[in-house]
Design a protein around this ligand. Structure first.
Ligand SMILES: [Fe+2]
Length: 215
């Protein structure tokens, strides 16, 4: 369907729930908690803290906090190699939603990825944004910190017309929140608008964001 903006509902745009009920324009979200992530998180955390103390940060959607350059996947620490594997597995799982990608021979689907670290302290947040020039984006939570209510990632309904008619019992036009936990990875289409609520914990909140471009 690449390059073709029209498709029939019998094509690949719906998720069937029952014989006569489907989700049209459903938006995928992967949530996966990595088993035994604590030692990996400890190593990633130490490296982020070390770099945040010695490297200037960049400012993009972040307000406050420290954001690294986008070279994280090249950092020469063993924990980054593990993270790379987790990203590959997540993209592979996401690809199973595409009949086109699923039917390819093993190894035929390739993608490029880059990542960066985010260190947020009390009151730091990220304004609403999406990730241009990328297909799927994700976040891995190295340390969710100890926020009471802040630091959540919030997704906007990408169907703007839905707000024309609030519908009882349906989540049209709602903001959907994911509460971070250490070891959680999420992956979503890069065009899905999101922001990060102000963090309100005394300890650092550390996450690694990444962009993936499929070939
Ligand atoms: Fe983002």
């Amino acid at each position: 369907m690449t390059g073709n903006r029209t498709a029939t509902v019998d094509d690949q745009l719906f998720v069937t729930l029952d014989n006569d009920l489907a989700l049209l324009f459903a938006t995928p979200l992967l949530r996966r908690t990595m088993p035994d992530a604590a030692p990996i998180n400890a190593g990633l955390r130490a490296e982020v803290i070390r770099r945040a103390a010695s490297e200037p940060g960049v400012r993009i959607s972040n307000r406050g906090g420290w954001q690294s350059k986008t070279d994280l996947l090249e950092w020469q620490v063993p924990e980054v190699a593990v993270l790379r594997g987790w990203i590959v597995a997540a993209v592979k799982t996401m690809s199973t939603l595409s009949p086109d990608l699923s039917n390819r021979a093993p190894g035929q689907t390739q993608f490029k990825a880059y990542a960066w670290a985010n260190l947020n302290r009390m009151h730091d947040y990220n304004v609403a944004h999406l990730h241009p020039e990328s297909h799927f984006s994700g976040v891995y939570y190295v340390d969710a910190g100890n926020a009471q209510t802040g630091g959540t990632i919030q997704f906007t309904d990408p169907r703007p017309m839905a707000r024309a008619m609030p519908t009882p019992g349906f989540n049209f036009d709602r903001v959907l929140t994911v509460v971070p936990t250490s070891g959680l990875m999420i992956l979503f289409p890069s065009w899905l608008e999101h922001w990060v609520a102000p963090y309100d914990g005394p300890n650092e909140r550390i996450s690694i964001a990444f962009n993936c471009t499929l070939r």
